[in-house]
Design a binder for this molecule. Structure first.
Ligand SMILES: [Ca+2]
Ligand SMILES: [Ca+2]
Length: 401
C-alpha cells in the first residue's frame, strides 16, 4: 500500500476516534452530536455503528426520545439482535403517544422480532455479558488483616494459587435474566413458591414476602440493575441453558476466585483501604442515603458516607477495582460454586471450588446494599441454602480461559 495513503488513513483514524465525550462539551451538545451520528450511520446502512452510538448516547443522556428508540429497534433488528430491538420498542411504547408517526410501524416491528428471540437469545446474551480476563497469581485467602470483626469461618488464612480466568465485569442484570426467561418461559423458585426474602419498607422488617420475585422484588429496579430473588438452583439452570445455547463454558466463580478478584492484589480490610466510611465511591452498602420517601426507618449502623443508593444501583455505578471489575463488594451478594464449610481447614489451595462439606448450602460473598461495614469486608463470608433467594442476592458469571 502507498505509504502516503496509509498515513492518511492513520490520520483519519486519529481524527475519527475523537468522540463527543472526549471533547469538553456540555452533555446536551454531546447528545445532539451523537444523535446526528446515529442518523448518518443509519442512512449509510451502518446499523452496528448506530448501535454503538446509541450505547454512548445512553451514557450521556438516558432519556432517549421515542423517535430515536424506534430507530434503535430497527438497527438492532438489522444486525440480528431481536432482544435489543424488543427492549428498545418496550421503551418506545412506554414513552410514545399512540398517535406518534412511528406507532404503527413500531407495532409491526415488534410483531416481526418476537418470533426471532428464541433462536438468537443465547448469542445475544453472550454479546451483552462483558467478561474481564483476570491474571493468575497467589494470595492469602481469609482474614489476613487480623481484623477483630472477622469470624472463625474466615480462618485459617491460607495461600491459594489462582489460574488465569475470566470473570463478569458486572453482576448479571435484570435485562440479561429477562432475556433468558423470554426464550425459555422459565419460572424461578420464588415465582413457583410465591415468596422472596425481602424488606417491607413500611415496617422495616425482613421476611419471605408473598408475590415478590425478580420481576417485582419490592425495590425500584431498572433493566441495568443486578437481578435478585434468584436461588442457587435458578442460577444453575440459567448457566446450563446459556452453555447449551452458546457452546461456552460459563460457571459460577469459586469462592477463592471471587476473593482473589475482589481483593485485586490488595490486602486491606476493604479493597479501597481500611476504612469503610471511605467506601462510598467504590461500593453500594447500607449508607447515609435516606430510605424512600414515607418510610420511618433508617439503617442502624450505616457507613458514614453517601453512596447515593438506598437499594440496588445500576451495575457499574461505582469505580472499578484494579482488575476492572465493578460491585464485587456490595450492591448484591453473589452466589459462588462452593459448598459451605465452617472453616478453611482442608480448603483447596489451587483456586478450585470446594465441592465437599455442607453442599445443600453454598457460599455467598461480598455483602449487599443493606449491609453495614462488618459485612462488606472482603474476607466476610456466609452460606445459604440452594433454594434461598433474596432481594439482596444475585450473581456474576465466570469462565475458564
Ligand atoms: Ca447504599
Ligand atoms: Ca456484589
Amino acid at each position: 500500500m502507498n505509504p502516503g495513503y496509509t498515513s492518511m488513513l492513520l490520520l483519519m483514524g486519529v481524527v475519527l476516534s475523537v468522540s463527543a465525550q472526549q471533547l469538553n462539551l456540555p452533555k446536551a451538545a454531546q447528545a445532539e452530536i451523537l444523535k446526528q451520528d446515529i442518523v448518518e450511520a443509519l442512512s449509510a446502512n451502518r446499523p452496528a455503528d448506530a448501535l454503538n452510538k446509541f450505547d454512548q448516547l445512553r451514557a450521556v443522556d438516558p432519556s432517549i426520545a421515542p423517535a430515536m428508540l424506534y430507530l434503535e429497534a430497527r438497527a438492532a433488528d438489522a444486525v440480528g439482535r431481536p432482544y435489543r430491538a424488543i427492549r428498545a420498542l418496550e421503551y418506545y411504547f412506554a414513552k410514545a403517544a399512540s398517535d406518534d408517526t412511528s406507532y404503527a410501524k413500531a407495532a409491526q416491528l415488534m410483531r416481526a422480532v418476537q418470533p426471532k428471540v428464541k433462536s438468537s437469545m443465547g448469542k445475544e446474551l453472550v454479546a451483552d455479558i462483558q467478561m474481564v480476563s483476570i491474571p493468575g497469581g497467589s494470595f492469602q485467602m481469609g482474614n489476613d488483616s487480623g481484623d477483630s470483626e472477622g469470624s472463625a469461618d474466615e480462618l485459617p488464612v491460607h495461600a491459594v494459587t489462582i489460574r488465569p480466568f475470566r470473570l463478569g465485569k458486572y453482576e448479571v442484570t435484570v435485562a440479561q435474566f429477562r432475556g433468558f426467561v423470554l426464550a425459555t418461559n422459565y419460572q424461578t423458585e420464588a415465582e413457583r413458591s410465591g415468596t422472596c426474602f425481602a424488606l417491607d419498607l413500611s415496617t422495616g422488617r425482613w421476611s419471605d414476602l408473598p408475590g415478590n420475585s425478580w420481576r417485582a422484588p419490592g425495590i425500584a429496579q431498572t433493566d441495568d440493575h443486578p437481578v435478585v430473588c434468584l436461588s442457587w438452583n435458578d442460577v444453575d439452570v440459567f448457566i446450563n441453558w446459556l452453555n447449551q445455547h452458546t457452546q461456552r463454558k460459563f460457571r459460577l466463580p469459586s469462592e477463592a476466585e471471587w476473593e482473589y478478584a475482589a481483593r485485586a492484589k490488595t490486602r486491606s480490610k476493604y479493597p479501597w483501604g481500611g476504612n469503610a466510611d471511605q467506601g462510598c465511591q467504590f461500593t453500594n452498602g447500607a449508607d447515609q442515603t435516606p430510605w424512600p420517601a414515607g418510610s420511618k426507618h433508617t439503617w442502624t449502623t450505616p457507613i458514614k458516607c453517601h453512596d447515593g443508593h438506598f437499594a440496588t444501583a445500576a451495575v457499574g455505578s461505582y469505580f472499578a477495582n484494579a482488575f476492572g471489575l465493578h460491585d464485587l463488594i456490595g450492591n448484591v451478594w453473589e452466589w459462588t460454586q462452593d459448598c459451605w464449610n465452617d472453616t478453611y481447614i482442608g480448603a483447596p489451595s489451587d483456586g478450585s471450588a470446594w465441592l465437599s462439606g455442607e453442599c445443600s448450602r453454598r457460599v455467598v460473598r461480598g455483602g449487599a446494599w443493606l449491609n453495614n461495614a462488618a459485612n462488606l469486608r472482603v474476607s466476610y463470608r456466609s452460606g445459604l441454602v440452594t433454594a434461598d433467594r433474596g432481594v439482596n442476592l444475585g450473581f456474576r458469571l465466570a469462565q475458564d480461559l
